[in-house]
Design a protein around this ligand. Structure first.
Ligand code: ADP
Ligand code: ZN
Length: 756
């Protein structure tokens, strides 16, 4: 679409350019001019060090300019050369490619973020810009002992270590000899041991392309053939790999990865949730013999550094990452795969608000490469692009190996009210499992098969209420209830991280023992399950219990090894896992995501529940799913029970088209926030008075944003609607362009907001 040409033709002396526009990784409006010292060779994209105020910053040469510079946007003349500060140094990393620079510009223009804020995502590993520090190793020299050398027992032990072993680092050598480091230094002084300096750059294992994947079914093979064609074409294309859960989408795109790697290019796989991808990583290793480079927000700075460099120098050929991996400095990216393309996790809402799936398509277009979007429940946006011919589609309608899709039944909670539990004491005994679900659980457990209970609510109870006065425990910083986490023994806000102990008395009326948990979270559900099935071995899977990739991998292993009979989890269990012995899925509250005025509420509920249902019966034994709902007639429930995905999505798409909502119209959100409610209201009214009046544009608000107070900041929101093809960014920039923001006021633009 809006593709800004990066460099304009300028009259630059190619032999001796002296002025460069340098983009700094800061939220500034544009690039700054710097002087290029006469003996410095600089090209566009070069990563350089420049002075900025009193600091020194790493930045990127955006353009080489004519010596006299260019007039500013207001016609003001450029600073003369003699007033410019010089570029200090070209850093020893490859320049950002032209495609990478055009991509950064495109993302900035589209999201209305400053180019520097986008650049900061690309320079996300500052340490990577410096050459690695050489490593000093010690080894035995050839020299004989000098005159008067005393061979103490410590020295003898150490010399033995060096005689036998390879060169070692100082501390390591000392430890191996059981001596202090001063003994090593003494031997160096005596000339018996020498220090050697090594440039250390961790090698990245190369995928083994001689390993073969499984024999593919006809359908899988023909999908691969199409994808191979896309890769051979070396051109931009988008293909939706639309296959039911377990149909082999991963196997198919592995073959596409192999083809891109065989062509000598790099490949990127975006996954929605890296921490939950242990099984995926194992499969990758089994297929390619090595682990891919993993990129996510929890890496140490040493890991970031190593991966950033390996990607920039082309040593890492496959990157698997969360959305930010899109901004790594690929030397030659040849293929992008976005797995579970419909996932909300691809949308970033803080800072630069972008959707990684959409930006992956842009990146592919600029780089003239193919992109594969995989999903069993594609987004309405993507399906719309298939329908209008922009994207291709490959379908895998059957599970691999003839495994059947699970049968989905609805349980009407108004008819089958969960019976209270006996003997649970006062206030206890409330239950959430219907008779039908209990019976199915009993049957499944008796057959030594596994059960999954799905409830998308962390903690013990979403709300704690005083039975004496009706007071509800609320977060002091947010418009949100505090959630009781009984296992951790505290109340937590899920929005700001606030935590406190559960008080013994009501903070409002002082009544004792009056606070009661309202509604179920997974911990409370576990309590009920334990009361009903005391023999079953329980496993809890939530982001509170699975605190890292290792804990997640361990839980997945335990489930696969059948050390767990009854798994209880939040959406974290919905994603990608393959549990062959799991044959019953119970969705405790299928209506949970349906409300809240979100344009995608129905679509997302469908996608999530479909995905959860897909955990059942992935191997020989057929699976069964029970959805507990109070609205069995709801289109989402009907679509799930009837296996009618496409008619449901078509009806959803039609409703959105009628309402002029995305992808049939354009939408942006503008959120103003400040610790001071009056200040934010004043700015909101000022903005409301100058809303541009343009045919087709409608601006709703200002209104309190969902979560009207978040982390102590009051939030107001405008929603901006416009027809498709409308130049929304230009109008928004005009509207917001010269707003003066007091320092504690923030204005966040979200183009294509995900939820509202
Ligand atoms: P999806 O990504 O569509 O959910 P997967 O690629 O995970 O499907 O495949 C589901 C299961 O079936 C995996 O265990 C996978 O290894 C297996 N599988 C898929 N296709 C084949 C095949 N052609 N040969 C052997 N196993 C396969
Ligand atoms: Zn809070």
């Amino acid at each position: 679409e809006e593709d800004t040409p990066l460099e304009k033709e300028t009259a630059v002396d190619p032999g001796n350019p002296r002025r460069a526009a340098v983009l700094l990784p800061l939220p500034l409006a544009g690039a700054y001019d710097y002087l290029i010292p006469p003996d410095m060779a600089v090209e566009p994209g070069a990563v350089v060090a420049v002075p900025f105020g009193k600091r020194e910053l790493s930045a990127v040469v955006w353009e080489i300019l004519p010596d006299e510079g260019r007039p500013g946007p207001g016609g003001e003349s450029a600073l003369p050369l003699e007033r410019l500060r010089p570029v200090l140094e070209v850093l020893p990393v490859p320049p950002l490619t032209e495609v990478a620079r055009r991509f950064l510009r495109w993302v900035a223009d589209y999201t209305l973020a400053s180019p520097g804020a986008v650049l900061r995502m690309a320079l996300s590993a500052p340490a990577a810009l410096q050459p690695p520090r050489p490593l000093t190793l010690y080894r035995r020299s050839e020299a004989p002992p000098p005159q008067g050398f005393r061979l103490t027992p410590a020295r003898r032990r150490l010399l033995e270590v060096f005689e036998e072993g390879p060169a070692r680092a100082l501390a390591e050598a000392a430890a191996a000899g059981g001596v202090g480091t001063s003994v090593v230094k003494g031997l160096v002084k005596a000339g018996l041991v020498e220090a050697v300096s090594l440039q250390r750059e961790p090698g990245f294992p190369v995928p083994d392309l001689d390993l073969a994947g499984p024999a593919l079914s006809d359908r899988q093979a023909s999908a691969c053939e199409t994808l191979h064609g896309c890769i051979a074409a070396q051109d931009f294309s988008v293909t939706l790999l639309d296959g039911v859960t377990g149909s082999g989408k991963t196997e198919v795109y592995f073959e596409a990865l192999a083809a891109a790697l065989a062509a000598g290019r790099q490949a990127l796989v975006l996954l929605p949730e890296i921490a939950l991808s242990a099984q995926w990583l194992e499969r990758f290793e089994a297929r390619f013999g090595v682990a891919p480079a993993l990129w996510h927000s929890d890496l140490t700075s040493a890991q970031r550094r190593a991966i950033w460099r390996a990607v920039a120098f082309g040593r890492a050929s496959v990157v698997v990452g969360a959305r930010s991996a899109l901004f790594l400095p690929y030397s030659d990216l040849g293929l992008i795969v976005v797995d579970e393309e419909h996932e909300a996790a691809f949308k970033q809402e803080d800072g630069v608000a972008y959707h990684a799936r959409d930006m992956a398509v842009v990146r592919a277009q600029l780089g003239k490469i193919p992109v594969i979007l995989a999903s069993a429940t594609p987004s309405i946006e993507t399906l719309n692009n298939v329908q209008n011919g922009r994207y291709g589609r490959l379908e895998l309608p059957e599970r691999h190996g003839g495994a059947l899709l699970p049968r989905i039944d609805l349980v009407d909670l108004l008819e089958d009210k969960p019976p209270r539990l006996e003997g649970m004491g006062p206030g206890g005994g409330q239950a959430w499992l219907s008779t039908a679900l209990r019976a199915a659980m009993a049957e499944t457990l008796a057959a030594s098969e596994q059960v999954l209970l799905f409830l998308n609510r962390r903690g013990y109870a979403p709300l704690t209420l005083c039975r004496a006065c009706g007071h509800r425990l609320q977060c002091p910083n947010c418009t949100a209830w505090l959630v009781e986490h009984r296992l951790a023994g505290r109340l937590q806000c899920h929005h700001c991280g606030f935590a406190s102990r559960l008080p013994k008395t009501c903070p409002d009326c002082g009544a004792e023992g009056s606070l009661a948990a309202c509604g179920p979270g997974v911990e409370r559900l576990a309590e009920e399950a334990r009361a009903l099935f005391p023999q079953a071995r329980l496993g809890l899977m939530t982001s509170d219990t699975l605190t890292g990739p290792d804990a997640a991998a361990e839980m997945v292993r335990a489930v696969q090894a059948q050390e767990i009979d009854l798994l209880i989890g939040t959406q974290i269990v919905a994603k990608g896992h393959h549990f062959p012995h799991l044959t019953l899925v119970g969705v405790v509250d299928a209506d949970l995501g349906l409300y809240g005025g979100d344009l995608r509420a129905a679509e997302r509920t469908y996608q999530l529940l479909h995905q959860v249902a897909g955990r059942a019966g992935r191997a020989e034994r057929p699976g069964r799913v029970l959805l507990q709902t109070s609205e069995p007639e709801h289109p989402v429930m009907q679509a799930l029970a009837g296996g009618q995905r496409d008619p449901f999505l078509a009806a959803e798409a039609q409703a959105r088209e009628n309402a002029g909502l995305p992808p049939f119209g354009r939408l942006a959100a503008l959120i103003l926030s400040s610790p001071d409610a009056r200040q934010v209201d004043a700015l909101a009214s000022a903005l409301a008075r100058r809303v541009p009046r343009i045919e087709g544009l409608s601006v709703l608000g200002p209104a309190p944003a969902p979560l009207a107070v978040l982390r102590g900041r009051h939030r107001r929101r405008f929603l901006i609607k416009a027809p498709r093809g409308f130049r929304l960014q230009a109008v928004l920039s005009g509207w917001l362009g010269d707003v003066k923001l007091p320092s504690n006021l923030r204005l966040q633009v979200d183009i294509d907001p995900y939820s509202f």
